[in-house]
Design a protein around this ligand. Structure first.
Ligand SMILES: Cc1cc2nc3c(=O)[nH]c(=O)nc-3n(C[C@H](O)[C@H](O)[C@H](O)COP(=O)(O)OP(=O)(O)OC[C@H]3O[C@@H](n4cnc5c(N)ncnc54)[C@H](O)[C@@H]3O)c2cc1C
Length: 297
């Protein structure tokens, strides 16, 4: 049954400054609205009933994708999943993020939903987050008191609870350029429903030494298998500074499973984590080997 939204006062600021002033004035009674693909559903279900809604999509300075080798990738909080999935530079240099954003929901949801909203929703199953974790993204948060930069692995505190403080706005996601001869991928497994929520999502970023085949660095990010998105740091250690082979990949997958703590469908999610970690590492390993072969040819 369709439910009406509880009445609220609506604001449509045109600048970040105006937005943070409104958020500061109304405090916990205000809520930021971006694409609305999460927030409006929560408001309809009356899980959240803000008295003031601050719609930020009319702030043009928050919608951009910029890249330079030195400064890395800078994504405005309002960039949509479609814009990120279709961006030539992101597909080329940050392919795991492009595929994660391309996986979100349906075309309508990707056209409306923003990366900022995906991160700030703070749920365990946000698809962009594992890739952002392994890419070591940093978040620029702005309030009336100034700006602060928070590494994304310090942002998620508990299910739907983040380090975002009252009256703070996420404005930018900053991602360093990955080292040359690294590669990554995002793998997921979904529950087939209207929202196709991920039952498990795995992002991997690997740096391989072409001279001796040693894995110089490996990062593994997981979503939907713990109360918050996490890095599987013990599994990463299994391969770091080792010559990769299939049995080591198997071991890393087993250790990653031990690091998960799913709240529902636990056995299934754990098993899927093992499968996806194994697949993601193997696929990334193949990608880098092909990259090396192409460079030598
Ligand atoms: C049918 C359907 C399918 C979906 N499928 C997926 C999926 O496969 N994978 C997935 O990860 N998600 C999925 N989602 C969830 C949703 O689309 C994404 O999380 C989306 O990125 C949210 O962005 P938004 O701009 O719509 O956020 P909103 O709904 O506007 O906001 C979400 C939350 O973030 C806060 N917020 C938003 N922007 C900012 C900001 N800049 N600063 C501070 N706070 C902010 C809001 O106050 C709110 O609490 C789906 C949703 C639907 C309806």
């Amino acid at each position: 049954m369709a439910r009406l939204l509880k009445p609220f006062e609506y604001f449509e600021p045109r600048t970040v400054e105006e937005a943070v002033q409104l958020l500061s004035k109304y405090g916990h009674q205000a809520k930021v609205l971006a694409g609305g693909t999460d927030l409006l559903i929560s408001m309809k279900k009356r899980k959240i009933t803000p008295q003031y809604v601050v719609y930020i999509k009319s702030i043009p300075e928050l919608d951009y994708i910029h890249y330079s080798q030195q400064a890395g990738l800078k994504i405005g909080a309002l960039a949509t999943h479609t814009a990120i999935a279709d961006s030539a530079i992101i597909k080329d240099k940050f392919e795991l993020l492009a595929s994660a954003c391309g996986k979100v929901g349906t075309p309508q949801v990707r056209n409306m939903g923003t990366i900022g909203g995906n991160i700030c929703e703070g749920g365990p199953s946000q698809d962009s987050v594992p890739s952002l974790l392994v890419l070591e993204a940093k978040l620029k948060l702005i309030s009336l008191h100034g700006e602060r930069i928070v590494p994304i692995d310090e942002f998620f505190i508990a299910p739907f609870k983040t380090a975002l403080q009252e009256a703070e706005l996420l404005t930018e996601i900053q991602i360093p350029t990955p080292p040359p001869r690294s590669a990554g991928c995002y793998k997921w497994f979904t529950k087939i429903t209207t929202v196709d929520e991920s039952l498990a999502g795995v992002a991997v970023l690997m740096l391989l030494d072409s001279t001796d085949g040693i894995c110089r660095d490996l990062k593994i990010g997981l979503c939907s298998v713990a109360p918050t998105p996490i890095r599987a740091r013990r599994a990463e250690q299994v391969l770091r500074d080792k010559k990769i082979d299939n049995s080591l990949i198997e071991r890393a997958a087993r250790v990653a499973v031990e690091e998960t703590s799913p709240r529902s469908r636990a056995d299934y999610r754990k098993r899927m984590t093992g499968v996806l970690v194994r697949e993601a590492i193997s696929e990334t390993w193949q990608k880098i080997r092909q990259l090396h072969l192409r460079e030598r040819a």
